[in-house]
Design a protein around this ligand. Structure first.
Ligand SMILES: Cc1cc2nc3c(=O)[nH]c(=O)nc-3n(C[C@H](O)[C@H](O)[C@H](O)COP(=O)(O)OP(=O)(O)OC[C@H]3O[C@@H](n4cnc5c(N)ncnc54)[C@H](O)[C@@H]3O)c2cc1C
Ligand SMILES: NC(=O)c1ccc[n+]([C@@H]2O[C@H](COP(=O)([O-])OP(=O)(O)OC[C@H]3O[C@@H](n4cnc5c(N)ncnc54)[C@H](O)[C@@H]3O)[C@@H](O)[C@H]2O)c1
Length: 471
């Protein structure tokens, strides 16, 4: 790496150790380019996913599911948190070594701020280093937003997801504000660990972006597990008490108070663009504070790209990874790959059992003008899927939204054991125009969850009437 006038010169500078940025950094480093990656925290090498996001939370899902009634909730939880921390430490080290040991790549630990379009200052513990690069990637992720409900931010008992999974004391009474991905995953995890969980969702239903039936069945499973879900809830105040906190809320026109030990703020995560000096770089942001990009992930500066959560839109690790393919195509390829190429991107909410979805919901398909055919069955009734009984998880349902005129699969909702794996097969089928009948009649090995497709896709529960011309 060259140093000119105390400024480190690089071909590529990546700000933030996110999924997309590190993937580009690895490829460019292997090609002999001088790569500098800046990460603000040594606890975050590898970014959100392996440290405080997907990996630890899904490991907690696993540990919570292993707990027997006879195990002490508190001991089991404390041990689980420690085991998960050992796992994340392993991943963190692997991530650091993968980039810092490469001959041409360096990881700098410090907070990056743009000074001008090509120069960034990296500040750590009173020390400052300047880095200048021909190409710069912004990959700083997103940060939890705590609503400005009186007393919520100030309460000693309000935690972000990051803080909660590091707490080795299981909160006996946990309030969760927000019924989205984090709210529901944490409700499911902490209930299984033995906490009393109350979830407050401001809108009239949980999972407002998901299929209506999926949200209703998911809610029934969660409440069946003992989670209290309060919809249309307005948390108006939080007050610390001698033993915890009181959550004051309104629902159904009445005012209530709930005493809890901890409150998880799960009302969304906003792009981390604060104090990045984007104005100095001439990089524009959107009204929501995300870095503004085009479909090739180019910012308002031709040599600066943004990837992952910081550019706004759905927040999933695999989207940040796919962003790296778009950027690499700009840097090394034909420059044709764009985010608009994405078709049938699956999502999974890791409650127990998981809820995985892809494509259009039934409502969206009709709104888009399709004549819809619905194939659906509750998991407990799928004779062709003994695996659900084998692993003793028969809750949930599967549903396919099919174009009644062409047999094309338009979307799917799988709320079932193994749904996080099954959904990738459905997504692949949609992407490659495999019809509903072909997916139904394929040979699947046994006993697996995929076999359910043989039966569910043959179980048509409703078909829209043909549209009559000229009416
Ligand atoms: C609790 C939780 C569970 C999740 N579970 C899943 C899941 O199961 N599946 C899934 O697909 N997604 C999940 N997500 C979402 C997923 O983690 C994110 O979408 C993904 O990690 C975003 O990656 P990224 O590339 O945008 O950057 P990130 O991985 O967020 O990395 C950004 C990095 O930039 C650093 N940084 C920020 N500002 C600066 C600066 N100025 N200077 C230097 N460094 C800086 C940060 O410290 C951070 O390490 C989860 C998220 C959370 C919070
Ligand atoms: N499995 C996964 O892929 C996964 C897991 C966790 C998180 N994530 C990502 O992380 C991001 C953040 O997740 P999240 O759950 O914090 O956000 P979210 O946007 O998914 O859900 C926020 C929820 O909070 C509700 N809400 C907002 N303000 C409220 C208030 N004052 N009181 C009560 N409810 C309120 C909203 O109506 C919404 O239902 C999401 O974009 C998600 O995609 C992904």
């Amino acid at each position: 790496m060259d140093t000119t006038n105390d400024t480190l010169q690089a071909d590529l500078l990546v700000i933030g150790f996110g999924k997309g940025g590190k993937a580009v950094a690895k490829t460019m480093g292997r090609l002999g380019k001088r790569v500098v990656l800046v990460e603000q925290s040594q606890r975050m090498y590898g970014g959100t996913c392996p440290n405080v996001g997907c990996v630890p939370t899904k490991a907690l899902v696993h540990h919570a599911g292993q707990r027997r009634e006879s195990d002490s909730a508190q001991e089991w939880y404390a041990r689980s948190v420690k085991e998960v921390q050992t796992l994340t430490a392993l991943f963190r080290r692997g991530n650091y070594e993968a980039l810092n040991n490469a001959e041409t790549s360096t990881v700098l630990t410090g907070r990056a701020t743009f000074l001008d379009p090509h120069t960034v200052s990296v500040d750590a513990g009173g020390e400052r280093l300047l880095v200048s690069a021909a190409t710069i990637l912004i990959n700083t992720g997103a940060e939890t937003v705590i609503p400005d409900t009186p007393g919520l931010r100030e309460s000693k008992h309000t935690l972000t997801s990051t803080a909660l999974i590091e707490t080795t004391t299981l909160p006996e009474r946990l309030a969760i504000v927000g019924g989205g991905y984090i709210g529901i995953e944490f409700a499911s995890i902490y209930r299984q660990f033995g906490a009393h969980v109350t979830l407050f969702e401001a809108s009239g239903r949980i999972l407002s972006r998901e299929d209506d039936e999926a949200a209703a069945v998911a809610e029934a499973i969660l409440t069946g597990d003992g989670i209290e879900i309060i919809k249309g809830a307005h948390v108006s105040e939080v007050r610390d008490t001698a033993h915890g906190a009181s959550v004051i809320y309104e629902a159904g026109g009445r005012r209530y108070t709930l005493d809890v030990d901890a409150i998880l703020a799960a009302t969304g995560r906003a792009p981390a663009t604060r104090d990045l000096g984007l104005e100095a770089a001439g990089v524009r942001t959107t009204a929501h504070g995300a870095v503004e990009v085009d479909e090739y992930l180019r910012t308002s500066q031709p040599h600066i790209y943004a990837l992952g959560d910081v550019r706004g839109g759905p927040q999933h690790t695999y989207l940040s990874l796919d962003d790296s393919r778009v950027v690499l195509d700009q840097l090394l390829g034909q420059g044709r790959r764009s985010v608009s190429d994405r078709v049938a991107v699956p999502r999974t909410l890791f409650m127990t059992p998981p809820l995985a979805t892809v494509g259009l919901t039934e409502k969206e398909a009709r709104a888009a003008g399709y004549r819809v055919k619905i194939a659906s069955e509750p998991v407990a009734e799928i004779v062709a899927m003994p695996r659900a009984y084998i692993v003793e998880e028969t809750r949930g349902f599967m549903k396919f939204v099919i174009d009644a005129d062409t047999d094309k699969i338009l979307g799917a909702v799988l709320l079932s054991v193994d749904a996080q794996e099954l959904i990738n097969t459905v997504a692949l089928a949609i992407r490659h125009d495999i019809t509903a009948s072909e997916l139904r009649d394929a040979v699947y090995n046994h006993p697996t969850s995929t076999e359910a497709f043989n039966e569910v896709l043959a179980t048509i529960v409703r078909v829209d009437a043909p549209q009559t011309a000229g009416v």
